[in-house]
Design a protein around this ligand. Sequence first.
Ligand SMILES: Cc1cc2nc3c(=O)[nH]c(=O)nc-3n(C[C@H](O)[C@H](O)[C@H](O)COP(=O)(O)OP(=O)(O)OC[C@H]3O[C@@H](n4cnc5c(N)ncnc54)[C@H](O)[C@@H]3O)c2cc1C
Length: 335
Amino acid sequence: MTDRYVFDVAVVGLGPAGATFARLLNSSLKVIALDKKDDTEDSFRKPCGGLLADDAQKCFARFGLTLPVGVLVNPQIFSVRTMDLVTGYERHYQRFYLNMDRHKFDCWLKSLIPESVDVHNGVSVSGFKDLGDCYEISVTENKTRKTYYARYIVGADGANSVVRHTLFPNHKIRSYLAIQQWFPDEHESPMYSCIFDKTLTDCYSWGVSKDNCFIVGGAFPARRARDKFRTLKEKLTKRGFKLDSPVKTETCLVLSPRHPWQFRIGRGRCFLIGEAAGFISPSSLEGMSYAFDSAYRLAELFNNGKEVTLKDYRRATCLLRGKLVLKLLKKPFIT
Ligand SMILES: Cc1cc2nc3c(=O)[nH]c(=O)nc-3n(C[C@H](O)[C@H](O)[C@H](O)COP(=O)(O)OP(=O)(O)OC[C@H]3O[C@@H](n4cnc5c(N)ncnc54)[C@H](O)[C@@H]3O)c2cc1C
């Protein structure tokens, strides 16, 4: 034990949850943060709508943070065009989203992490084991295998969380395959659309303008997801959407918890925040507000200076989980 450097906390993943958590921790804690993303073009990029909803904006107000204009894209959105492809219904409703470049936003959040945190970019965590007084964390960094040691692990590594899989190998949270494609935007006026079609998915699809591009995507049950995405595009093309020559295709897992007991907040001295814990709205797939909120609540516990327990964290996230349960009840009505 004597020649090992043991950090107080290891944060795995620096998306909105991990970057916020690392930013808020007291500088007296010895913190290491390990993130897959780096500055290179082919680095990990989260496929996302990149819309900052009202609840996430409220978190920014609580943090006293303002958003740099460099992360915003054209246009800013006040109206959502909602379409049901089966019934043909179409409505517009008012909503105040901030339309962002998701990758720039993630990089900006990371840039706010203080220097007291030892940040490692381009690092993939493959697993960890409990040595009793600390965890041994295995990573691949610069194509070599390394180990780090920490008393606590905070898993902020998103939907496909290695930390959650290591803690709960048999636990499953309902998930969809999200597929989205980027096209040159050739529409007369830019827009944000929410698209429902129960023959394709019991979740929903979207179309959003971002600078000179138009993104079309959907969250589909994994079986024949690509066929369903193709059918979605055909149906949208018939309705006047211009979807020729995609410039980029992105896919990833997106969680949509079905029951309150599908949330997982951690085990032992490992805690889960953000989507790694299953904290994402099952009705709208809005996840950033829950990422910020869970990160803030866990950081507050660490900053108290006492031992942090799962019981404390469970109590601290009680309202957040309650809010998600209400979204669960809303889901059948919204779709
Ligand atoms: C298609 C799509 C559209 C969405 N649109 C919106 C939207 O418009 N608005 C909204 O609020 N939410 C949206 N969401 C949900 C939102 O993206 C997530 O809920 C949110 O990103 C969760 O943040 P997080 O920090 O918990 O996880 P993530 O953002 O997934 O971040 C996880 C981080 O962990 C790192 N990582 C992963 N694995 C490892 C590993 N093994 N080792 C080291 N690092 C690792 C990655 O680099 C990543 O940065 C969307 C989701 C999808 C899939």
